[in-house]
Design a protein around this ligand. Structure first.
Ligand SMILES: [Zn+2]
Length: 433
């Protein structure tokens, strides 16, 4: 053996030693981190994936995720750094409000301090996710980063980029949401025409960090189809009102939109009237529940898994005679046909209230539309996560998912109103207080 070989061997030994020290060091760090575990003991868990209540189970949280669930807490006892006995309480997954507006006008009523108060209120009351239905992405992106990293007390924020035809960009809200720039020409408030490069428009919209596209108004049927097709190519969900002026529900459903908002607008598929710019948010005529097109639209929504964000209670005081009653009738028919629901409010979020208006919408879906309490909870949790393409990380209490949990006093499956008095919320494994 020559000197060089010895040197090589020595070098190899030193290197291996160095690597093993590194490995030990890093694994040391990892196991120290793993030690930060919270054990929630003796909970009754609403299992939204299997539609059952798991009685007296314990949840082990490691960092921001659920590590394990068991009916035998003894196996976790050694591992936990913090143990909270919640005997008699109930846990359900963190709730989603799937229709909020947090940044229509960041320079005035949506100023960031006010919005942070709304978000903090929601998170403390059990809402750990919101879908913003179009606003100033500059503010939404900033807030969503802070929410994701727990730098503010807030639900996770999933936001939209808006696509519309020309006429909508005279609406003052679009000017507020693109302040400093030109609405219609920014990636989160984009005007399209027949000659638009739809794939490029959609790619730019996705580049804002948006979780989906909101189709607004003044689009042709063909433009709607092009936008949806381009979004589908990159796996981006599309959502819009149930009628996108002048496009009716039939065309939206045929094009494969991912979700539609405002059940009352489904009335536009129940007659031959054409929605116009002035009427598109409303349906000032009585819905015809027997209409075959209306019924086939609902059948197709069920078959294609197109979610309905009914937003009924927000129209309770509407000055149109039919908007509220049409919403109730359309939502009932949709539920009976098997259309999947998410739950949205489209309300101003009153952080001085006792509980979020989301709970009123949930209770309404149970008492007036016919969903069971379990189905309402599924709509506000798992269905929302599926629509947002985040159901591998969120939407149910299951190992591997984010530890977003709401703890309540009574059984929500028999008494949904217990959600008005949330005892505690965990978001990303941390107790919000
Ligand atoms: Zn809205």
């Amino acid at each position: 053996m020559n000197l060089q070989a010895n040197k090589n061997r020595e070098y190899l030994r030193t290197t291996l030693l160095f690597i093993s020290i590194l490995v030990l060091t890093f694994s040391g760090i990892a196991s120290a981190k793993d030690l930060d575990k919270t054990l929630l003991l003796n909970l009754n868990i609403v299992d939204v994936e299997n539609s059952v209540l798991l009685k007296k189970h314990s949840v082990l949280i490691a960092g921001d995720k659920i590590l394990a669930i068991s009916d035998d807490p003894k196996e976790f006892a050694q591992q936990a750094t913090t143990t909270i006995d919640l005997a008699g309480y109930y846990a359900l997954p963190g709730l989603f409000d799937m229709h909020v507006h947090l940044a229509t006008s960041p320079s005035s009523y949506d100023n960031i301090e006010d919005v942070k108060k709304r978000l903090s209120f929601l998170a403390k009351k059990g809402v750990t996710g919101v879908r913003d239905m179009a606003g100033d992405v500059r503010q939404l992106s900033y807030l969503s980063r802070q929410a994701m990293l727990d730098e503010i007390t807030a639900p996770d924020i999933y936001y939209s980029a808006l696509i519309s035809g020309e006429s909508f960009f005279s609406d003052p809200r679009t000017h507020a949401s693109a302040k400093g720039l030109i609405p219609g020409q920014v990636p989160w408030m984009r005007q399209v025409t027949d000659s638009s490069d739809f794939q490029a428009v959609v790619a730019e919209a996705a580049g804002t960090g948006a979780s989906g596209l909101k189709l607004y108004g003044d689009l042709t049927g063909e433009q709607t189809r092009q936008v949806i097709r381009a979004a589908q190519k990159i796996g981006l969900p599309t959502w819009g009102h149930a009628a996108v002026i002048p496009v009716k529900p039939r065309e939206l459903v045929d094009a494969g939109i991912s979700s539609v908002s405002h059940a009352s607008l489904l009335a536009w598929s129940s007659n031959n009237q054409q929605p116009t710019a002035a009427t598109a948010r409303y349906s000032d005529f009585e819905i015809d529940l027997q209409n075959p097109v209306f019924n086939s639209v609902l059948d197709d929504m069920a078959a294609k898994n197109i979610y309905l964000d009914a937003t009924i209670t927000t129209f309770a005081d509407h000055n149109s005679e039919f908007v509220y009653s049409n919403g109730i009738k359309a939502a009932k028919a949709a539920f009976q046909k098997g259309v999947p629901f998410v739950v949205g409010t489209d309300n101003r979020l009153n952080y001085w209230a006792d509980y979020p208006s989301l709970i009123d919408e949930m209770l309404f879906l149970q008492s007036e539309i016919g969903l069971s309490a379990m189905q309402v909870i599924q709509a506000a949790t798992l269905n929302s996560a599926k629509l947002l393409n985040i159901d591998t990380q969120s939407g149910s209490i299951a190992p591997g998912k984010k530890a977003n949990l709401v703890i309540v006093q009574d059984n929500p499956v028999t008494d949904l109103a217990t959600l008005k008095k949330v005892k505690m919320t965990f978001k990303n494994g941390k107790l919000i207080d």
